[in-house]
Design a protein around this ligand. Structure first.
Ligand SMILES: [Zn+2]
Length: 458
């Protein structure tokens, strides 16, 4: 069980170790090698993505006595050692969130005037947007004409709150959210070093929960590691501890929704409430799930990046049974209820209403609005599997679900809009051409089609 924070213990000591910010670390190293570091830098970006880490590395590298040809601090020289042991007198950190008055800035300015013991004095001002207007004004002069040994690194999560007068005096570096695969890789490597068995699926959950912030991911990892008794973090324990619905629960619940199995939906919700899940947690999990299904249609590649392979393919095949327009409506609905949920007294019934309302979304109306161009493409025998279910649904006449219509194979551009004529090639495409093996969602899809038919009647 880690005693220290992993984020601190594994804080990068070289620029090359910084995760996901190559565009910045390479630029900084180049400037260091050329000895062209500007005196005022502004690091912008979400929290926990490496702004302060890079600022400290820069401070260390600036004073390093043996900078490597790659622009990395050597971590061996006297200056580096001082830095590593936390005794460096040449770097100053000010948290502007709690030191935001004119007096704080005056103290800082006073401090800047004393010459350094090493080559540079580096001032790292975190959350710089929190400085008061007066403090900013007091700071401007120093920022504009700093003594030659002073370097200011201002860091902020809210760039838009920085005055233009400050922005214009700084070289600006925009830090990025760290992509899920990179966070996963980092977590797995740290787990290995900590002798913790971290399941890949679990790592993906941790990464997706941390919104691109490596620090959040590591903090979460610490928390989960502290719960484990056998040095193992599994997907199931992560889901349990974070109180997330796991994939199986979500697929089952969404299937019930799309099949309008109202009794089962209410029973499932009841069980989840009994297990201690908060309505907001259920809604959030479901929202994320539907979003992934929508992405499975619209942007399958992102799914491959953000999910472990087996989960991604599970989403891809499940999504085939549901048309994107319906997912979009369902998601919109959830968002609407999510804001209501916050203020509702009876949160459980709000969630029930949300899910029940999803079962009566106007299915066939939406199917009709699908552009004819979509239909055209699928009149070719080889279609992407994504289109096919949509197709079938659109083309279905009530109660004729499985019958294979014999019509001309030619594309009929216009007339397919309102009363869909029996669709050429549709059925054979889905059943035999595209899916030679057994289709795990066959029954589900048939039921969905029936559903869309009944939806037409009201
Ligand atoms: Zn050094």
């Amino acid at each position: 069980m880690p005693i220290f924070s992993t984020a601190r213990r594994y804080r990068p000591q070289r620029f090359a170790e910084v995760v996901g910010q190559d565009h910045i670390t390479i630029a900084l190293r180049n400037l260091l090698v050329r000895n062209q570091i500007p005196q005022s830098l502004l690091f912008c970006g979400p929290h926990g993505v490496g702004k302060t880490t890079c600022a400290r590395l820069l401070a260390k590298a600036l004073n390093c006595l043996n900078l490597t040809p790659e622009g990395e601090p050597c971590n061996q020289c006297q200056a580096c050692k001082e830095f590593l042991s936390g005794k460096a007198t040449s770097v100053f950190e000010l948290d502007a969130a709690s030191n935001n008055s004119v007096d704080d800035i005056r103290n800082l300015i006073e401090h800047v005037r004393y010459p350094p013991t090493r080559q540079f004095k580096v001032y790292i001002i975190d959350e710089v947007h929190m400085l008061s207007q007066a403090a900013f004004n007091a700071f401007l002069k120093t920022l504009e004409e700093p003594p030659p040994y002073a370097v200011f690194v201002l860091a902020t999560t809210e760039k838009y709150r920085i005055l233009p007068t400050v922005l214009s005096r700084c070289q600006i570096y925009d830090f990025r959210r760290i992509p899920i695969p990179q966070i996963v890789q980092h977590l797995l490597s740290i787990a290995q070093q900590e002798n913790i068995q971290l399941e890949q699926r679990a790592a993906y959950v941790i990464a997706s929960q941390s919104d691109g912030s490596l620090r959040d991911a590591l903090t979460l990892f610490d928390r989960l590691a502290s719960y484990t008794t056998n040095q193992t973090i599994t997907y199931t324990t992560v889901a349990q501890i974070l109180h997330l619905l796991d994939d199986d629960q979500l697929f089952t619940l969404s299937q019930k929704i799309f099949l309008s199995d109202t009794a089962e939906i209410l029973t499932t919700l009841r069980n989840l409430f009994l297990q201690g899940y908060e309505p907001a947690e259920i809604l959030r999990s479901l929202r994320r799930h539907l979003r992934l299904l929508l992405h499975a249609h619209l942007n399958p590649n992102s799914l491959k990046e953000d999910l472990p392979p087996e989960t991604a393919s599970r989403y891809a095949s499940f999504a085939q049974a549901i048309e994107p327009a319906l997912l979009l409506s369902a998601l919109t609905l959830l968002h609407k209820y999510e804001s209501q949920l916050r203020y509702a007294e009876d949160k459980q019934s709000i969630l029930e209403i949300a899910l029940l309302e999803m079962t009566v979304l106007p299915w066939l109306n939406r199917a009709r609005t699908i552009p004819t161009t979509t239909l055209k493409t699928t009149s070719q025998p080889q279609t992407t599997s994504n289109n096919t279910p949509t197709q079938t649904k659109t083309s279905q006449k009530p109660k004729t679900t499985r019958t294979t219509k014999k019509t001309s194979t030619t594309t009929q551009p216009a007339p397919q809009r309102t009363t869909p004529p029996p669709n050429p090639q549709k059925k054979p495409t889905t059943t035999s051409a595209n899916k030679p093996q057994k289709d795990p969602f066959q029954t589900f899809r048939e039921l969905l089609q029936l559903q869309s038919v009944t939806g037409n009647h009201h």
